[in-house]
Design a protein around this ligand. Structure first.
Ligand code: SF4
Length: 237
């Protein structure tokens, strides 16, 4: 059984199209909704699922962890997701995905959308799946030497819109510029992120040492202290 791990971003979208164009239509395309996904990500999952249904006869299966979503859990526990520990990825992405696949008998191969420029992430994924006895993983974009630009091209050739950056709206890997954009374009969502930080019992903030209130107050300032450090759920800008 071949399963695409779909993240709602550029890479996994391009990889899915790439497989279909090679007549390797997957048996399953699975998107794991954390309960704190960016609205644009959820919208793109629906948009791409419709395209898949029309063009390949398969739709995206959305799954969720049992119980509370990530935002509600964090609020109730009075904490925020943190870069160092990544329990959010493990508990709201990886474990629900692996648990969902357990219902299917036989060999399973999971397709991951790391591209030709992501050697480090491929190496790390390979070592982790052996360590944690996860299903076999393959990296078709990486193997075919398709880089980020190549991924964008694959999507454009099909006449599809490009996805925006995927992930959670409370992700600690979110760039300051993206929070700034969220404040402008979706103030109620940004307020929810502010509320989560204000509610955090330990005083930790999403962007280490830089509370979101700084973005609230300095919204128009044109500086950014981000370093590129994508999270494991990251699936394209
Ligand atoms: S996108 Fe960010 S907040 Fe969401 S599960 Fe991944 S690391 Fe955690």
């Amino acid at each position: 059984m071949n399963i695409v791990s779909y993240g709602g971003g550029v890479n996994s979208t391009a990889m899915t199209i790439f497989l279909i164009n090679k007549s390797e239509v997957p048996d399953l395309i699975v998107f794991c909704d954390t309960g704190a996904e960016l609205p644009a990500t959820l919208e793109y999952v629906n948009y791409f699922s419709t395209w898949l249904k029309d063009n390949a006869g398969i739709e995206i299966t959305t799954i969720r962890k049992d119980g509370e979503g990530l935002y509600d859990y964090c609020f109730r526990k009075r904490l925020v997701p943190m870069r160092q520990y990544r329990w959010c990825t493990s508990d709201w992405k990886i474990k629900p995905f692996d648990r969902y696949l357990k219902q299917f008998e036989g060999d399973k191969i999971v397709y991951i959308g790391y591209d030709a420029g992501e050697d480090g992430r491929v190496t790390s994924a390979l070592s982790n799946y052996k360590k944690y006895k996860r299903p076999t993983q393959v990296f078709p974009l990486h193997e075919a030497d398709i880089d980020r630009e190549g991924c964008i091209n694959i999507i454009k050739v099909e006449g599809l819109r490009l996805p925006l950056k995927s992930g959670c709206f409370i992700c600690p890997f979110t760039k300051k510029s993206a929070f700034r954009e969220m404040k402008r374009n979706n103030p109620s969502l940004f307020q929810k992120a502010l509320d989560l930080e204000a509610n955090c019992a330990s005083g930790h903030v999403l962007r280490q040492g830089h509370p979101l209130t700084e973005i609230d107050n300095q919204c128009e300032l044109n500086f950014d202290y981000d370093t590129p450090q994508p999270c494991g759920c990251y699936d394209g800008d």
